[in-house]
Design a protein around this ligand. Structure first.
Ligand code: BGC
Length: 751
């Protein structure tokens, strides 16, 4: 009998139910309910884990209570939202995904784990792998954007980074994939809203990243707040039991989101007894903060609504997680004063954080190669985020200290040197809207407003602008304008900052924008009026240095968008791999009567998925395929294109492979990403980039939920973005006779 099974045999029912309870230390409460009497509950064996602290002394004291004061001495799990770094903060996850550099992403997660575990945390509520196509939703900042293929790769890299190859090591931690499921599809982008989705879309677009994270070995899963087709995700038998437990064979730990069981009462699913029982029966193991399990499971058992086996199974999975982490061997494994001193915010971690910025920021526009800046130019640096450290980390940076962050102003001075001529004026507040300020300053005051009248601030900015060769305006969102419960209906640059930009434009001076946000923004005016736009997202501890490296050309930007930037918020949800309509707009047109379009804005985005410029230029040769026709499941197709750096600087390019299935038994997306490679080329250098395409890349789900593929012609696109590709087509059939049939149809122009 295994250690855990023996332990289970010794446990009373109360002790088992106690393990299913996750309490919080209340420092990162994300709801109105808080855990109370935490130490007492731990001493009474009424908690299986604690989250929300990264204070090793505090956590150690709690572990000591669990180990020394309870009958069986079962150690606690220590959870925390370790999302994009711990003390060394990296760019937000959406930004990191724009690097398309999986090794880099893996390393950020590795460093995050090294730092967080040194402070006693052994369970990361990360990665968030929710596919998101609606930038109004504030939590798009926490994920990898709109694409399933890329999102799945990023999910895997994150899990590998956090968990390493041995969970028992003291510098690796258990990942928690969240939020199962489909949280990224909340209606109208409004936080905690409903999700109603076809099974095909779920299977094809939204579920694969969760699966990819689990295939990479993620030890736990967090349920979502939203309902799915009328059933809350936290008690969704089809998602949790049928899909997660049975189809995906997941035997790890399932934890709810913050009070998600209790919230089912508000969803209208019954009282706390009812909802706790359905959650347990659906496959939930651990109840975050709400204590529905603690308060009701005994009675539900007595009433026959749940079984003891169900409780045993949940408890067993929690104990197994502790065993996997090595906590039964040493409950204090993750506490180390020595590691806390030597492995947190090290120069190496900071240097790496700085490097990640050029890879994840996106050069949206650069007319006349105005960037990089000349170090000897007279620069007017303006904008409410130019001299800011409070907002640099980005949301979910619990352990960050903004004093460790480098502002852009400081970074520019560091990079350009003491002789640089950089004049600074704030120019405007981030926002003067009291409603928004109240919403974003709820915990820490990050929108700290200058009391001067707006015109005075603008005048000051204009004075330095008039005297400058170039204006650099750093504008965008405050940290908490994206993230949890930070949906925005207007996703533009806030009005006060736009007023500043309009005034600056009138000076006629070259205008460079550095834009900061946790979501795609609508930048139509900015695109029309600025000479260059460098979108830096929230770039973390080294924000200022990393951005200054790019602004002055010490580093070449190489990020490409993983979420479409709309022209207008009315276009959302907007994403590149939409399905084909029966009345598509003719190419090049913005409006045609009785075609799928708007009368007031074009269909196309401001900046498409995959877009991102560089200080050099790349040219793509034609797509070459090694075959024109294939048959059978085992055949593979090799596609390649030669990419040449035609500019004057060394640069990195993200070469993207998309496929189109032009004729199928279901409507298929216009194109889907199926591969990418980030390469670096010196000026004049060429490289052949090759991709291997298998039948798996052609597959899709039919109405019965089966994964299928169909014989036909397929188009292979290779290029620099979702809208800038070259293509070649190929026939791929199930067997030789279907191959002949497709070829004949194709020859007659009907395929
Ligand atoms: C969030 C989760 C997070 C949890 C614990 C919730 O409000 O939705 O993503 O892990 O709080 O902090």
């Amino acid at each position: 009998m295994s250690f855990v099974d023996r332990l289970l045999l010794q446990m009373t029912l109360e002790e088992k139910i106690g393990q299913l309870n996750l309490v919080s230390y209340g420092k990162v409460d994300t709801g109105t309910v808080r855990s109370v009497g935490v130490a007492k509950k731990i001493a009474a064996a009424q908690a299986g884990g604690l989250f929300g602290t990264h204070d090793p002394a505090e956590a150690r004291a709690m572990q000591t209570i669990a180990v020394e004061q309870t009958r069986l001495g079962i150690p606690l799990l220590f959870g925390l939202d370790v999302i994009h770094g711990h003390k060394t903060i990296f760019p937000i996850p959406l930004a990191l995904s724009c690097s398309w550099n999986l090794e880099l992403i893996r390393k950020t997660a590795r460093i995050a784990a090294i730092e967080a575990t040194a402070e006693g945390v052994n369970w990361a509520f990360s990665p968030m792998v929710d596919i998101a196509r609606d930038p109004r939703w504030g939590r798009v900042s926490e994920g990898a954007g709109e694409d399933t293929y890329l999102g799945s790769q990023v999910a895997r890299a994150m899990v590998e980074g956090l968990q390493g190859d041995d969970l028992k090591r003291n510098d690796t931690m258990m990942a928690c994939v969240k939020h199962l499921g489909l949280y990224g599809a909340v209606e109208a982008g409004r936080e905690y809203n409903s999700v109603d989705m076809s099974p095909v879309r779920m299977l094809e677009d939204y579920l694969p990243p969760y699966k990819a994270a689990l295939d990479a070995g993620a030890g736990s899963v967090m349920t979502a707040f939203n309902d799915i087709n009328g059933v809350p995700a936290t008690a969704h038998p089809e998602i949790l039991n049928d899909l997660l437990r049975k189809r995906w064979s997941f035997d790890g730990l399932v934890v709810t989101d913050y009070t998600a069981i209790n919230e089912m009462v508000e969803h209208g699913m019954g009282d706390l007894h009812d909802v706790s029982a359905v959650a347990l029966n659906a496959g939930v193991d651990m109840d975050m903060v709400g204590e529905g399990f603690l308060e009701t499971l005994q009675q539900s058992l007595d009433a026959g609504h749940i079984s003891e086996t169900q409780i045993d199974m949940a408890c067993r999975r929690i104990l197994l997680a502790k065993e996997k982490l090595g906590l039964f061997d040493d409950p204090y494994l993750y506490f180390s004063d020595e590691r806390a001193k030597s492995r947190i915010l090290t120069p190496e971690h900071r240097a790496f954080a700085r490097e990640t910025i050029a890879e994840s920021c996106v050069l949206l526009k650069n007319d006349g190669n105005i960037l990089p800046l000349d170090r000897s130019a007279k620069i007017a640096l303006v904008g409410p985020l130019a001299d800011d450290t409070l907002n640099m980390p980005g949301n979910w940076s619990i352990a960050a200290d903004s004093d460790d962050c480098i502002s852009i102003r400081q970074g520019m001075r560091n990079v350009a040197g003491p002789d640089a001529r950089i004049a600074y004026a704030r120019g405007s507040n981030i926002t003067d809207d009291p409603r928004v300020i109240a919403a974003v300053n709820y915990r820490i005051e990050r929108v700290v407003n200058d009391p001067r009248p707006a015109v005075d601030m603008i005048d000051e900015a204009l004075r330095i602008a008039k005297d400058a060769d170039v204006v650099v305006a750093v504008v965008g969102e405050a940290q908490e304008m994206s993230g949890e419960c930070a949906s925005r209906a207007d996703i533009g640059i806030p009005e006060e900052q736009r007023d500043l930009l309009q005034a600056l434009r009138k000076t006629g001076k070259p205008l460079v924008l550095v834009t900061i946000s946790g979501r795609p923004l609508t930048l139509a005016w900015e695109h029309e009026n600025a000479d260059a736009i460098l979108h830096m997202w929230f770039a973390g501890t080294e924000a200022g240095n990393g951005v200054a490296d790019v602004l002055f050309g010490g580093a070449n930007p190489s990020g490409k968008l993983t979420m479409t930037f709309p022209r207008h918020v009315g276009q959302v949800p907007i994403y590149y791999n939409h399905r084909r309509t029966g009345r598509p707009l003719s190419p090049g047109l913005e409006f045609e009567k009785f075609k799928s379009c708007y009368i007031d804005v074009p269909n196309t985005p401001q900046y498409p998925f995959g877009h991102g410029l560089s200080y050099t230029s790349f040219e793509y040769g034609p797509v070459e395929l090694d075959k024109t026709s294939l048959n059978g499941e085992r055949d593979v197709l090799h596609a390649r294109a030669t990419v040449t750096n035609t500019g004057a600087k060394t640069g990195k390019e993200i070469v993207q492979l998309y496929l189109t299935d032009p004729v199928a038994s279901m409507t298929r997306p216009v194109k889907v990403l199926r591969g990418f490679e980030k390469i670096e080329l010196a000026p004049g250098q060429s490289q052949q980039v090759g991709f291997t395409i298998t039948v798996g890349d052609l597959k899709f789900y039919d109405l019965s939920g089966a994964e299928i593929w169909e014989s036909g012609e397929f188009i292979v696109h290779i290029g620099a973005s979702s809208v800038s590709t070259q293509s070649a087509s190929v026939i791929w059939a199930k067997d030789a006779s279907e191959e002949r049939a497709v070829a004949a149809k194709s020859a007659s122009g009907a395929a």
